[in-house]
Design a protein. Structure first.
Lengths: 128, 408
């Protein structure tokens, strides 16, 4: 007797890798440790060269407390500025990387927007 | 214990977040279409400006007092709101967003509540850059009162059970959550002037006088949790606009109606809903003697979320309420009878063509949600900026690569 079966049959071996499939690399996971308190800011000016160039995107985490040597975003004279923070005893100064600029001593309270945790620099910019 | 986190002058604070030059400066935010003031910082309040004042009236005064004015930038506010709620979720249980700038939550475990409230306030301030008042108490209604107190002193306040009666005696009944202007009047008339007075009446009396909602408020004030609904399911959506220049022709009104239909369509599609009924309202200046309020509604041929389908019906409604020779100031469109689009039932007599047309429309509606530039020709006039104003719009700092804040 011949029984007719209708339907599709998958040919070939099932992939042995299927069970071991992992998620592709996710830059959000790498760059945004605390997504809800992390902001992107755009650099301009040359005071932080050769560390930061104009057009770089600064990934800034508000939830971190600035520590000696961190690059932070501070509010100075009503503007955001990226500088390295140097804490010696009780005096705080904001130090530019570029030697042609002078460090800015902080008198009174330091207003910090957040700590820069990374930069994104594109050689060929396709967006923004 | 329940908590309420509420952001102080939220819209204005969001605008200041990326404008260090505006620290301690007066700022106001205008409503949709730059109609009136909807949010202002304490500095602007100190100058005598008030919520609800129309922009046209106080424009000159704002300029001379050096107040920075913003149009509402909802993309920014919603992003900051989402971030804030997510941060709150790290420190609290069952976070229930109540509005764009306030959230109820449950305090995790038994702990030093006043200390928890203060620490939460400080942490939220550091991580969001916003002033967020934290109120903690046994029920949501009491947490509202705690939050009210927190706003006035220090940003955090906890009402412990043993201090409740003292606090309630000092809380005017009109300040209680759920007691609106009218209910306040009735309560005062019945001799209830403080929250404490209400808690002392019998349940039967309260229920008879103020229905079950009044009783619920009383129980909450006594420390029994009664208000537990998560956000209720939306029954309707409305889109409205007040025009800069008065409109007298039906063509111009149609443009505004079409624009509303697009807004509503996006709202429906984003939630996977379809509307069964649509209503249109057109109003002239309500302070004039010949005030006219045209209002009518009708059922849609089929539950829909597709903007042109909404517009077809809205246009027909508009024709029935439009009166020649009047100067219209406001138009509104509402959709209601909302149901899940997936559960739509086709009628027995729908042809196959009709069914596939509706499916195409659904697909197009879903597609157009991601394409803000895609718009109905019928609303073209609005897009040209003839009617819709947002002259003081700030950048989308957190949602567009091209509009990131600058650092020097």
């Amino acid at each position: 007797m011949i029984t007719e079966i209708l339907g599709s049959v998958t040919c070939g071996f099932p992939s042995p890798g299927l069970e071991h499939r992992e998620e592709p690399l996710d830059f959000n996971q790498l760059l945004f440790r605390h997504p809800s308190s992390t902001y992107c800011l755009r650099a301009s000016g040359d005071s932080m060269e050769p560390l930061i160039y104009p057009g770089d995107i600064l990934i800034t985490d508000r939830s971190l407390r600035p520590r000696d040597g961190d690059v932070i975003i501070a509010e100075v004279d009503g503007m955001f500025t990226a500088k390295r923070i140097m804490i010696k005893d009780s005096s705080i100064s904001l130090v530019p990387e570029n030697p042609s600029y002078m460090p800015v001593p902080i008198v009174g309270e330091l207003i910090s927007f957040g700590v820069v945790t990374g930069i994104v620099r594109q050689f060929r910019r396709s967006n923004g | 214990m329940m908590g309420l986190a509420d952001c102080n002058s939220f819209y204005a604070s969001c605008e200041k977040l990326f404008r260090p030059d505006l620290r301690d400066k007066p700022v106001v935010v205008l409503s949709n279409n730059d109609g009136c003031i909807v949010a202002l910082t304490s500095e602007a309040k100190a100058l005598g400006f008030e919520r609800g004042a129309t922009y046209a009236e106080c424009r000159a005064q704002l300029e001379t007092s050096g107040v920075t004015v913003f149009s509402s930038n909802y993309a920014l506010y919603q992003d900051i709101s989402d971030r804030t709620m997510n941060i709150l979720r790290h420190f609290a249980l069952h976070v229930e967003p109540y509005s764009i700038d306030e959230s109820f939550f449950t305090v995790p475990v038994k702990m030093d509540y006043p200390d928890y409230a203060m620490r939460l306030h400080n942490t939220l301030k550091r991580m969001t850059g916003l002033m967020i008042s934290v109120g903690v108490a046994r029920t949501k209604t009491l947490a509202k009162i705690a939050n009210h107190i927190a706003k006035k002193n220090g940003g955090a306040h906890c009402i412990l059970p043993e201090t409740e009666s003292e606090v309630l005696k000092n809380t005017p009944i009109g300040d209680v959550w759920g007691v609106g202007h009218r209910l306040n009047k009735t309560m005062l008339h019945c001799g209830i002037s403080t929250a404490w007075d209400l808690t002392q009446r019998s349940d039967a009396w309260i229920r008879r006088m103020f229905s079950v909602t009044g009783l619920r408020t009383a129980c909450e004030l006594r420390g029994q949790i009664c208000i537990d609904e998560e956000n209720p399911v939306r029954q309707s959506f409305t889109s409205g606009i007040s025009f800069e220049k008065k409109i007298s022709t039906i063509d111009d009104l149609e443009c505004t109606i079409s624009c509303h239909c697009e807004v509503l369509s996006r709202k429906l599609v984003n939630r996977g809903l379809a509307a069964s009924f649509i209503s249109v309202q057109i109003l002239t200046d309500r302070f004039k003697d010949d005030f006219y309020f045209g209002n009518s509604s009708r059922a849609l041929e089929q539950p829909a979320s597709y903007a042109p389908a909404l517009f077809r019906s809205a246009k027909a409604v508009l024709l029935t309420i439009f009166r020649e020779g009047l100067e219209y100031k406001t138009s509104r469109v509402s959709v209601f009878g909302l149901s899940k689009l997936a559960c739509r039932q086709f009628s027995l007599f729908d042809s196959q063509n009709e069914v596939s047309r509706l499916e195409k429309e659904d697909r197009f509606a879903r597609f157009s949600v991601c394409q803000p530039e895609l718009t109905c020709l019928s609303s073209g006039l609005l897009r040209k900026g003839n009617l819709l104003r947002h002259c003081h719009l700030s950048p989308h700092y957190t949602t567009r690569w091209s509009e990131l804040p600058s650092v020097w």
